[in-house]
Write a protein that binds this ligand. Structure first.
Ligand SMILES: C[S@@+](CC[C@H](N)C(=O)[O-])C[C@H]1O[C@@H](n2cnc3c(N)ncnc32)[C@H](O)[C@@H]1O
Length: 244
């Protein structure tokens, strides 16, 4: 099986502008997350579903399926996934694509795009593109759905806000934005002390999602037809679904 090709700065059907810095790896990724995503050894270590599931305390399958359920049993139209993820989310999403559907997966790191390509068979409906989620080379209102799975907690405040603004910009009116990420857990949650340490030393931006609701990072005045939030595992995780 030939894996899908990676279009590094190559034209997406929706591509209308390529900012000069579009494929520059952000400093926070190199400085904070080199051990998780940038180093090739990181990919070899973390690309194991059982390990991702362990990191999410056994909730990986449930959260992946909750995200996919929002996109539908059969996913039609144009879908944008912002950032690659370890595990089987994208292969599962690909299997749900309707025959005339289209999926673009954007990530800033070629090593992550190559890893994702190796997990899936060639599929002309799927495009893997090197691009920055906070500065997308895509036309306004060009996607029916945008999916963000555990991306926002890894981004500094300003980048997170830009990523959300970009998601809003590229989704069509009536289109859906599905976000799955961390949330402030209940006070009594037994994992609070452990995660406080993990966030302090390894994931310095993640605590933002404990301090504030995700919708507070959306552009001021953004209008939605509906906003639905569901929390999981005593509040530690959330799914936020926005209809533009
Ligand atoms: C989606 S997040 C975390 C996923 C989750 N921890 C997992 O793998 O199960 C990780 C990905 O986000 C990508 N990423 C981080 N900042 C980005 C940005 N500004 N633009 C595009 N991709 C970005 C990283 O390169 C990495 O592949």
């Amino acid at each position: 099986m030939t894996p899908p090709s990676i279009a590094a700065r190559a034209p997406l059907p929706c591509l209308v502008r390529t900012p000069p810095s579009a494929a520059t790896v952000p400093r926070y990724l190199l400085k904070v997350y080199w051990w998780a995503y940038v180093h090739p050894a990181a990919v070899r270590l973390f690309e194991r579903e059982w390990l991702v599931n362990l990191i999410l305390f056994g909730n990986y399958g449930r959260l992946r399926d909750a995200a996919l359920a929002e996109l539908g049993e059969s996913v039609s139209g144009r879908t944008l996934q912002l950032a690659c993820v370890y595990g089987s989310l994208t292969p599962h999403l690909r299997r749900r694509l309707a025959p005339d559907a289209h999926l673009d997966v954007v990530d800033i790191l070629p090593v992550q795009l190559k890893n994702l390509a190796a997990k899936m068979p060639a599929d002309r409906r799927v495009n893997l593109v090197q691009n920055d989620s906070s500065c997308l080379a895509c036309a306004d209102a060009s996607y029916d759905q945008v999916l963000l799975f555990f991306l926002l907690h890894e981004q500094p405040d300003a980048v997170r806000r830009k990523t959300l603004a970009e998601a809003l910009r590229v989704v069509k009116p009536g289109g859906k934005i599905v976000i799955v990420d961390y949330h402030r857990p209940a006070k009594w949650h037994p994992l609070r002390p452990l995660l406080t340490l993990v966030f302090k030393y390894l994931e310095p931006y993640a605590k933002d999602l404990w301090m504030r609701e995700l919708r507070e990072f959306l552009p001021p005045g953004a209008q939605f037809k509906s906003v639905q939030q569901q929390t999981y595992f005593a509040g530690l995780y959330q799914k936020l679904v926005l209809i533009r």
